[in-house]
Design a protein around this ligand. Structure first.
Ligand code: SF4
Length: 370
């Protein structure tokens, strides 16, 4: 099988093409076209001769995930359904923020972890994404935005918080991350990439193999019984094992680990939950990110009131923790955290239910990511 160009770090690409009789500097040109110009049509790689392109594609392939559906939320979040070469689909989400545009990437088709609150978890694991498919999501969505919305649009941040448990697909996600930070290509700063894990202890102990990006842990409760009820993985890797593994994560000076805490009405939003959290986490090394539960069709949990969410966060702030509440984005198109499931027919029903219309026909000029 041919190697996909999107699966290779710059150094690997250089070595590989030299092995096929193509000059090493062509690797710089390929990285430019793929990751700076987002030009996915080889015919338009004007500084690479036809003879070299022919030679290249004798040994390599270039398969980009295909955008088969996209929907724009009323808050500017845009969800993409991407089809892989074998017909499997995953979702990626473009999230506009103040001075930033983030992309939330998927790492697997479905997910084996089966968190009870998660729409993706109800799917089970179909397969891992390859490195080229993880990188391809970024390139395909950037290409789509630049050709359909605004040629200047670029992502400033990546979060691995889409479908799948990224550390379950350790090697492919690690390689994709190396490609994202490559200075001759996209060149994203390491601090601009965040990987979120449900708590795969053996892989957490190997995080030193990754470029030094930001890490987030889905905690959701400081009580083993409640965490197990939400995340079956806690039966295997309970809080004690998880926090032993977290101690091995190399933290650069001034960096902290983010603990994601899905706040669920009448479940983990009580005073005793705050006390347990304050006991478990180290103030100086932790940030707590409260994620109000996003309801989806058939969800068994409820979102707490806004007053309750604010109260919970203030209680943690008062105890000396940095605590923020994540703004819910893309709720109307099921693009919010835990809502991804590659089923755009249900998205449409959900939208109709809520009398919210996806603004995908909105004029380009009206759409801003700033
Ligand atoms: S929350 Fe993440 S780890 Fe848990 S089932 Fe969903 S995709 Fe998998």
């Amino acid at each position: 099988m041919k190697l996909d160009l999107l699966s290779l770090t710059h150094l690997e690409l250089k070595e590989q093409i030299k092995g096929k009789g193509i000059a090493g500097y062509i690797a710089d040109q390929l990285y430019h076209w793929l990751y700076r110009a987002y030009q996915i049509d080889p015919e338009k790689w004007t500084n690479i001769s036809k003879a070299n392109r022919d030679l290249l594609f004798e040994s390599f392939s270039l398969h980009l995930p295909q955008v088969i559906w996209q929907g724009l939320s009323k808050d500017g979040t845009r969800k993409f359904l991407l089809k892989m070469q074998d017909g499997q689909t995953v979702e990626a989400v473009a999230l506009p923020g103040r001075n930033r545009l983030s992309i939330c990437l998927s790492s697997q088709v479905g997910c084996a972890v089966g968190c009870r609150f998660c729409h993706t978890g109800t799917q089970g694991l179909k397969r891992h994404l390859s490195t080229a498919e993880v990188v391809g999501q970024y390139v395909a969505v950037t290409h789509w935005l630049q050709t359909q919305v605004n040629s200047e649009l670029k992502f400033s941040n990546i979060v691995y918080m889409g479908q799948g448990e990224p550390l379950h697909n350790f090697e492919n996600v690690k390689k994709a991350t190396e490609i994202f930070v490559e200075p001759k290509g996209i060149g994203l700063g390491q601090r601009r990439i965040t990987l979120s894990t449900s708590g795969l202890v053996p892989q957490i102990k190997r995080l030193h193999e990754f470029p030094p990006i930001n890490f987030a842990i889905s905690l959701h409760s400081a009580h083993n019984d409640a965490r197990t009820a939400l995340m079956p993985i806690n039966k295997v890797y309970n809080l004690e094992k998880l926090f032993q593994a977290i101690q091995t994560i190399p933290l650069k000076a001034h960096r902290r680990i983010t603990y994601e805490y899905l706040l669920i009405d009448d479940f983990n939003d009580r005073p005793e939950d705050i006390i347990a959290l304050a006991k478990l986490l180290k103030r100086s090394e932790s940030k707590i990110n409260i994620i109000p539960f996003n309801e989806y069709p058939g969800a068994i949990y409820k979102r707490p009131s806004d007053e309750k969410i604010a109260w919970f966060c203030h209680q943690l702030n008062d105890r000396g923790f940095t605590c923020t509440v994540r703004t819910t984005k893309g709720e109307d198109i099921l693009a919010a955290c835990g809502q991804l499931k590659s089923e755009y027919d249900k998205v449409n029903l959900w939208q109709e239910d809520q009398q919210l219309k996806v603004l995908s026909e909105k004029k380009k000029s009206q759409f801003s990511f700033t």
